[in-house]
Design a protein around this ligand. Structure first.
Ligand code: DC
Length: 239
């Protein structure tokens, strides 16, 4: 509050521009959403590294809990049993050299475990359960409290960090995404995952209203990263 009881408005230096450099401003929270195999994860990782903030894959968190459900022999389709297990599970989110990590009940999961075929087949079912979403969204928000981050997922700009000015939606044609998936040796159906992620009742995949949309079908990773960084720099000038 100011001396007259009104809000203190930060004075701007220069001709309408805030002349503090990017590094002097509070670290940004960058939300990158998009469908499976749109390239958002590679892009998010590189953008985080360029900005010096942690990269977090929120899909990795849904995958980690899905792995745990399967490990505990709980039927992913049995919502009540999944929610009961959720209540008995502790998550611990951290940062390993700029990459977000999650332990589930003290167990750190290897990338191979969370990208296994059986996790691929069940993760959309687990991610559609509202209780799972609200628990993991709380964990995701805790990451962004003070140090900034780049988080990729399906609902990061729409639900997890709706107030951030840095929102991106990375897309690519279904054909290109299918090809990318096969090149990674993954054989799940992109069409089925798109349908499940976009049609669920709880926080479906949507293009946030104020997001910058980038179609990566005919762009290199570098071109997408450069366009995202340029948009962030432009926005930061105005924040
Ligand atoms: O990005 P990914 O393929 O690792 O995501 C795995 C699954 O998790 C995907 O089917 C959708 C779901 N997901 C979600 O519902 N919300 C997020 N923020 C991130 C992923």
């Amino acid at each position: 509050m100011g001396p007259d009881g009104g809000k203190v408005v930060a004075a701007k230096v220069g001709e309408g521009h805030d002349r503090r450099s990017m590094s002097e401003k509070s670290p940004p929270i960058v939300a990158i959403d998009g469908p499976a195999a749109s390239g958002k994860s590679t892009v998010a990782r590189r953008v985080a590294s360029a900005l010096g903030v942690v990269f977090v894959s929120s899909g990795g968190m849904y995958r980690a809990f899905t792995w745990w459900v399967l490990e505990k022999n709980v039927d992913p389709a049995a919502n009540a049993a999944v929610v009961e297990l959720l209540g008995a599970t502790s998550f611990d989110c951290g940062d390993d050299c700029g990459v977000g990590t999650i332990t589930v009940d003290g167990q750190m999961l290897a990338p191979e475990a969370i990208s296994a075929e059986r996790v691929n087949r069940n993760v959309s079912i687990i991610a559609a359960i509202p209780e799972v979403r609200s628990r993991l969204v709380a964990e995701q928000r805790a990451y962004g409290q003070s140090n900034g981050l780049v988080m990729e997922g399906r609902d990061i700009g729409s639900v997890v960090f709706p107030d951030t000015p840095y929102k991106f939606y990375i897309d690519a044609s279904p054909e290109v995404r299918e090809q990318r998936r096969r090149a990674e040796g993954i054989t799940d159906s992109i069409a089925e995952r798109d349908k499940a992620d976009s049609s669920r009742a709880a926080s479906p995949l949507v293009v946030p209203e104020d997001a910058v949309v980038v179609d990566s079908s005919d762009l290199t990773v570098e071109e997408v990263v450069d366009s995202v960084l340029a948009a962030i720099a432009e926005q930061r000038d105005q924040v």
